[in-house]
Design a protein around this ligand. Sequence first.
Ligand SMILES: Nc1nc2c(ncn2[C@@H]2O[C@H](COP(=O)(O)OP(=O)(O)OP(=O)(O)O)[C@@H](O)[C@H]2O)c(=O)[nH]1
Ligand SMILES: C=C(OP(=O)(O)O)C(=O)O
Length: 216
Amino acid sequence: MLSHGRSTAPDTPVTWVAVVPVKPLPTAKTRLRGAVPEATHPDLVLAMARDTVAAALACGVVAGVVAVCDDRAVRAELARLGANCLPDAPAAGLNAAFAFGARGAAGPVAALTADLPALRPADLESALVAAVRAGGRAFVPDLEGTGTVLLTAPSGAALAPRFGPGSAAAHLRSGAAKLDGRWPSLRRDVDTAADLDAAARLGLGTHTGQVLCTVA
Ligand SMILES: Nc1nc2c(ncn2[C@@H]2O[C@H](COP(=O)(O)OP(=O)(O)OP(=O)(O)O)[C@@H](O)[C@H]2O)c(=O)[nH]1
Ligand SMILES: C=C(OP(=O)(O)O)C(=O)O
């Protein structure tokens, strides 16, 4: 299990607003069902979101995290970590939730999926530094190369998210620059039980690690 201290980059301004949408737990992460006993599935989904948010908050160039979720209990847990939590007012799917969370952000936006339980602040920071160098909108594909784990937009620019099946190609078509760093903990999203095993090999965050300990 990893405990994340805040990463430091003395010459890089702390400006990013990370936007993290989370589906209400009873309907979230259906492809991951079976990785833990059914009764523990909501705890696992929440723990992955908590580890994602905790790592983002510990990232030296992130000023704050906006979590978008219709589940009041999830909002309470993520607010306890320090996130600013909003109900999913559009209720129109993942991209609408991302756009809603990014609205009026005071700084560049880092749109992150909430299924990154091995995320290390240093990998996120390195990707965000690369995004600044890229100039305009940019994205990081998942390890498989077809999905997206991070989409960024400079301050004041529209995020224009295209998450969903085939999102890496969709983000490329939309004009976002593909960022090619290794960033293994950022690119390891968890959709299936096999992904969870792979994330465990990288080192899970505290919350997800604790849930897995309870069922071991
Ligand atoms: N607020 C909000 N978050 C969403 C929505 N759809 C997906 N997410 C979140 O976006 C992230 C990536 O989405 P997926 O991996 O497709 O999540 P999912 O739909 O829960 O997973 P599957 O049921 O396995 O497809 C996850 O962290 C989800 O919790 C939505 O409609 N609203
Ligand atoms: C929504 C996405 O994630 P997943 O692969 O988890 O469905 C995506 O990659 O755009």
